[in-house]
Design a protein around this ligand. Structure first.
Ligand code: SAM
Length: 281
């Protein structure tokens, strides 16, 4: 595939009479520079890559140059013959016509990658951003890097620190399993067609061990969810609505781990959530 540019994406669309489907989040990236940044961030030199939503195959093309094998899952069957053409020079690419939301990634790892470690790269369709990210983060599969292009505000939320307006349960989930890093921001005009908002490339590098160790992960995430359930309320009131311990007991538990019951949930660090969840257990 030649150097990617907006005119090239438009040429491919015209050649195949392809009409972009907004409902499938079809905003195709048209910057060679950003494509290379995503592929480099995935760190797949000689390793395996899974791509979600290849579109015309512009990112697949960059991944295929570096990877041992690339498997790309595309829901839109109109794109399958186009991908056959645009990626014809590679023998290390497998395209599968499938909905990622109905796909068991562990099955793909077993069948397509012989159970080996993979990295995942995707310019994600915006309508399934959160469920895909949550599924991959919680999957406990052999994944090294998860590099995604998402709306800029989503990238900021995933990497947000305690006490900031962007910090939420998904920030804790992301940082518990991975080290997130914004690689670059991407203006809307670098896509064809251009979406309404800017995007960012976020790399989530999976940690060898989780950021904090907890007695019970379910309790950890239940505590986090409860703490963020009503942002204007104190942590104590949030916990009261989600646990059966009773006010006095909760105050005692919070004091025992050095957390002021009057604090707001969104000010707690991962370490504090871990201490609190262990004490609640
Ligand atoms: N990777 C291409 C690029 O960077 O230009 C296309 C990215 S475009 C934002 C998202 C792609 O995901 C589209 O090709 C769309 O058809 C595909 N897609 C949307 N929903 C999907 C799903 N549930 N499973 C797999 N692919 C999906």
């Amino acid at each position: 595939m030649d150097f990617i540019s907006p005119s090239m994406i438009k040429r491919i669309a015209a050649k195949y009479d392809f009409k972009f489907k907004k409902g499938l989040g079809q905003n195709f990236l048209s910057s060679q520079e950003i494509l290379e940044e995503i592929a480099d961030a995935a760190g797949i030199c000689g390793a395996n890559a899974l791509e979600i939503g290849p579109g015309f195959g512009v990112l697949t093309n960059e991944l295929a140059k570096q990877a041992k094998k690339v498997v790309a899952l595309e829901i839109d069957e109109r794109l399958i013959p186009i991908l056959g053409d645009t990626l014809s020079e590679y023998d290390n690419v497998t395209i599968i016509n499938r909905d990622i939301m109905k796909t068991d990634i562990s099955d793909i790892i077993k069948k397509e990658f012989d159970g080996e470690r993979i990295s995942i790269a995707a310019n994600l369709p915006y309508y399934i951003t959160t469920p895909i990210i949550t599924t991959v983060l919680e999957s406990k599969l052999p994944i090294d890097n998860f590099v995604v292009m998402v709306q800029k505000e989503v990238a900021l939320r995933l990497g947000a620190k305690p006490g900031t307006k962007d910090y939420g349960a998904i920030s804790v989930l992301c940082q518990y399993y991975t080290e997130p890093e914004i690689i670059c921001t991407v203006p809307a005009e670098l896509f064809v067609p251009a979406p309404k908002v800017d995007s960012a490339v976020l790399r989530m590098k999976f940690r060898e061990t989780t950021a904090v160790s907890v007695k019970d992960e379910n309790m950890f995430f239940k505590t986090v969810k409860a703490a963020f359930s009503q942002r204007r309320k104190t942590l104590l009131n949030c916990l009261l609505s989600n646990f059966t311990h009773g006010r006095e007991k909760l105050v005692e538990i919070m004091n025992s781990v050095g957390i002021d019951p009057k604090r707001r949930g969104e000010t707690l660090s991962l370490e504090e959530f871990a201490r609190l969840a262990d004490a609640l257990k």
